[in-house]
Design a protein around this ligand. Structure first.
Ligand code: FES
Length: 95
């Protein structure tokens, strides 16, 4: 299984066990971590976080809330991104 951990920089904000098929936002709620959302459908980018370790799904095709260069920097959309492994996620978008 493994853990999904939420960080801000080096600071651990919370963590929870990996739950198959649940989004990062749902993991964050269980971890007691707040991730701001707006559209909850991959369109606005409000929920963008940075994947530090592990694997989190991307929309296919890409939704308007995210694009290739951001993805290369680790960006994922927490409202629709599903962790596929243990993962470390910074709750801020890539700079
Ligand atoms: S809340 Fe809009 S893209 Fe996730």
């Amino acid at each position: 299984m493994g853990l999904v951990r939420f960080l801000r920089g080096a600071k651990l904000l919370g963590q929870t066990h990996l739950m198959e098929g649940e989004t990062l936002v749902e993991h964050a709620i269980l971890a007691g971590v707040k991730i701001a959302t707006n559209c909850t459908s991959g369109n606005c980018g409000t929920c963008m976080v940075t994947l530090v370790e592990g694997e989190v799904s991307l929309p296919d095709p890409l939704t308007p809330g995210i694009y290739e260069e951001l993805i290369e920097d680790g960006a994922r959309l927490a409202c629709i991104g599903i962790p596929l492994s243990a993962a470390d996620v910074d709750i801020l978008p890539p700079l």
